[in-house]
Design a protein around this ligand. Structure first.
Ligand code: IPE
Ligand code: IPE
Ligand code: MG
Length: 239
């Protein structure tokens, strides 16, 4: 197997579970259940490709607006997903992390998540980051509050506010910005995902619905990424 280090951080907006369910004549929740196989493929393939960080957008700050029964189902599924997969993930040296206002999660899934993070905390393989109760604007807002607090207590001055000092107050400051953000299901928007960190991310959209997304689709996305020229505002020195 060729381990290719060309991608460090992959972000995925896992969208289309509800439409997948409808297209199969099923309830929306069946779509969320069917998403697990796609997550397995993504974790496995990213691990094989030497990706260091995989961020999966699993639940947004706006998703709390959904019908209560669906929210409860997703939260219950989160807990059972971790329970079912923690042994395998740990064996594969995956480090489970979370990004978002996770204290807003119900206590059951939250404690399962915290246990998983503690158990896998020193693993050196893929960082699997679950974006839960995550919103880009919430993250920036929380960083601003931290900065205001640091100014109030005299730790920093207004002139110390820089892009770096803001970045260092994001939820996971050690994680590099995503190289690519993939969104399934044909929608072409970020829906509040990694707003600060995606400034120079390559965006890749596919019509495939998340429960149908398999390693060959990820391969296609990575191949597409490989052909892109990232300039970061500079001139293109390659061609
Ligand atoms: C993504 O699928 C999962 C979450 C947002 C939790 P959706 O539930 O948004 O599926 P669609 O977009 O309605 O098809
Ligand atoms: C984005 O999907 C959030 C996640 C995939 C977790 P949504 O389905 O919530 O986004 P919108 O509402 O179509 O923008
Ligand atoms: Mg959706």
């Amino acid at each position: 197997m060729v381990v290719d280090k060309f991608l460090t951080h992959v972000g995925i907006i896992m969208d289309g579970n509800g439409r997948w369910a409808r297209s199969h004549g099923l309830q929306r929740i069946e779509g969320h259940k069917a998403a697990e196989k796609a997550i397995h493929d993504a974790v496995e393939y990213c691990g094989e490709m030497g990706v260091e960080y995989l961020t999966l957008y699993a639940f947004s700050t706006e998703n709390w607006k959904r019908p209560k029964a669906e929210v409860i189902f997703i939260m219950t599924l989160l807990k059972s997903f971790i329970k079912r997969n923690i042994d395998d993930l740990d064996r594969n040296r995956v480090r489970i992390r979370a990004s978002g206002r996770i204290d807003d999660l119900p206590s059951g899934p939250l404690s399962e998540l915290r246990n998983a993070m503690t158990r896998t905390g020193s693993n050196k393989g893929l960082n699997l980051i679950l974006a839960l109760s995550y919103g880009g604007r919430a993250e920036i807002t929380d960083a601003m509050r931290t900065i205001a607090g640091d100014i109030e207590t005299g730790r920093i001055q207004t002139s110390d506010i820089t892009e770096e000092s803001i970045s260092s107050r994001m939820y996971l400051p050690d994680v590099p910005d995503p190289d690519i953000i993939i969104r399934t299901s044909g929608e072409q928007r970020l829906s509040n995902f990694l707003l600060w960190e995606s400034a120079y991310s390559e965006l890749y959209f596919t019509d495939v619905l998340w429960p149908d997304f398999r390693r060959e689709h990820l391969e296609e996305a990575f191949e597409d990424y490989r052909l892109r020229r990232r300039r970061f505002g500079d001139i293109d020195s390659g061609r």
